[in-house]
Design a protein around this ligand. Sequence first.
Ligand SMILES: Nc1ncnc2c1ncn2[C@@H]1O[C@H](COP(=O)(O)OP(=O)(O)OP(=O)(O)O)[C@@H](O)[C@H]1O
Ligand SMILES: [Mg+2]
Length: 230
Amino acid sequence: MKSILCVENVTKKFGGVAAVNKCSFDVTQGTITALIGPNGAGKTTLFNIISGIQPLDEGRMVFQSEDITGSATHEIARKGISRTFQLTRLFKNLTIKQNLLVAKEVSDVVLKKMLVSFGVKKSLSTKCTDLSYGQQRLVELARALLFPHSFLMLDEPTAGVNPFVREQLKKIIRCAAKNGTTVLLIEHDMDFVMSLSDHVIVLNEGCVLAQGTPAVIKKNRRVLEVYLGK
Ligand SMILES: Nc1ncnc2c1ncn2[C@@H]1O[C@H](COP(=O)(O)OP(=O)(O)OP(=O)(O)O)[C@@H](O)[C@H]1O
Ligand SMILES: [Mg+2]
């Protein structure tokens, strides 16, 4: 199994506190990997480091055999890493269509089809300020999917979306993986994680606490203690 992303000993401190602490893991090409862990475990910080938004203090990252440590956000994006944000980052004063065309030049028909499959019943000319929070998240996901990529990072894709759309998201993510995209997702919805992922990495206080298949993680005592509160 080939690793597409290798995170080696990554540390990120805010003030004196390590949000990410000597964290190491590999993401296997073509898989759906979930990054789970309690609030404040360092998941989003890791995403920001991988996508070049925040610099790391120590460690190294290798993507498709290339060292990307210290590379600028646009360079990392150009290598094929696309992502969404926990707090959406759409251009709020632009329309849905304008936001999506930032990622890729495609026809209105394609864009409309995508919105319909996401359950967003809005015209392409709707300004993103006029969308609900859930709708904004879905448009951002559409944008991440349109951006040319081989690696897709999703920060809490199901947050604020209804159960029907959640099932749609599962299908969309599965379909992306089937077509060769490697997916790394942060998620608190355990049913979603366990039914979708090939591999689960559990982060706690900035460190990898455990990793394995969903079946193995579900039974891990330490994971149950720190994360599921059982
Ligand atoms: N810019 C920042 N400045 C200072 N501290 C930060 C900053 N960003 C994150 N932190 C701290 O780093 C730790 C990890 O935060 P992070 O957002 O990565 O957690 P998370 O695992 O994504 O949590 P959640 O599940 O709640 O989204 C937290 O203690 C947080 O307060
Ligand atoms: Mg987070």
